[in-house]
Design a protein around this ligand. Structure first.
Ligand code: FE
Length: 296
């Protein structure tokens, strides 16, 4: 028995010894969606294969009501999950499965569209700041037509811990032995919101085959190899062979970032707007079902 063998029971708190390199930085694209909500599409279509199982990440943040007030009126989804994390603001959700909820400061809404949902996401404020993220997480082929599912997770129900100047909110997966609010078997998503004091360091164990990225929304981060990630930039981590995780360090200002990782599905991705399936035929079926009122 070797002393160097890590104990399985300590796997979640083991130090990162061989951190991943950074593959590239991404700025995202300014766009608008819904009825005219201004946002930055950070994870764009061309990165879907690279960042499998993640299909999209939108960042929104504005003090101007005109940028968000129109919201996202009724629209369909099929074949994946949407994860909305509201940093600040109030958004009401209603869907065809009969669910309704108010997403508020620091809360998360996790919606599994499965075989189909028609929903609206509308601001419940006329002024002030609205800021947050919407992530699209793919479903494996076998689950794409599962019954729709939905959960509102108020801020107080998101597990949180502090460690050496870093507050960690564990939305999904687990970090340093703390299980997050959500777990998903097929894609094993990790979703952390990190609040770092100036200069504070954080490390996270990650299987090398899982795709991972970090998005900085305040301050800046220094990553392995001296790479600096400024505000409003995403860094894609390389799947460095033999690596065991990622290491981050805040710059000179208080820093906030989301760290996201997951197990790739390695299945064909076919997307037509709000439908994400595996084949063109399945997309045509989705459009047909929607047009005939049979999607949801
Ligand atoms: Fe939607």
């Amino acid at each position: 028995m070797s002393l160097a063998t890590p104990h399985d029971s300590l796997a979640t708190t083991q130090p990162v010894l061989r951190p991943r390199a950074v593959e590239r930085l991404v700025s995202g694209q300014a766009t608008s969606d819904g009825a005219g909500v201004k946002l930055t599409r950070v994870l764009t279509n061309d990165l879907q294969r690279r960042l499998d199982p993640f299909l999209m990440l939108d960042a929104f943040g504005s003090d101007k009501a005109d940028d968000y007030i129109a919201g996202f009126p009724d629209h369909p989804h099929r074949g994946f999950e949407t994860v909305t994390y509201m940093l600040e603001g109030r958004m009401r959700h209603r869907d065809s499965a009969g669910n309704e909820g108010l997403l508020g400061n620091g809360g998360v809404q996790w919606m599994t569209a499965g075989r189909g949902v028609i929903h609206s996401e509308l601001p419940e404020q006329e002024d002030g700041r609205m800021e947050g993220f919407q992530l699209w997480l793919n479903l494996p082929a076998k689950d794409k037509l599962c019954p729709p599912w939905y959960r509102d997770i108020p801020s107080a129900q998101i597990p949180e811990f502090e460690r050496q100047g870093v507050t960690v909110r564990v939305i999904a997966g687990s970090s340093h032995g703390v299980a997050g609010a959500m777990q998903r078997e097929a894609t094993a998503p990790l979703y952390l919101d990190l609040h770092l004091a100036p200069g504070a360091q954080f490390e996270q164990v990650l299987p090398e085959g899982h795709n991972a990225f970090v998005y900085v929304y305040r301050g800046s981060l220094k990553l392995e190899g001296g790479c600096t990630v400024p505000q409003q930039r995403m860094a894609i981590f390389a799947n460095t062979p033999g690596s065991d995780g990622v290491r981050l360090q805040a710059g000179e200002a208080p820093t906030r970032a989301i760290l996201i990782a997951g197990r790739p599905l390695k299945e064909p991705i076919a997307q037509y707007g709000p439908f994400v399936m595996n084949t063109r035929e399945e997309l045509m079926q989705a459009v047909h079902d929607f047009q005939n009122g049979q999607l949801a």
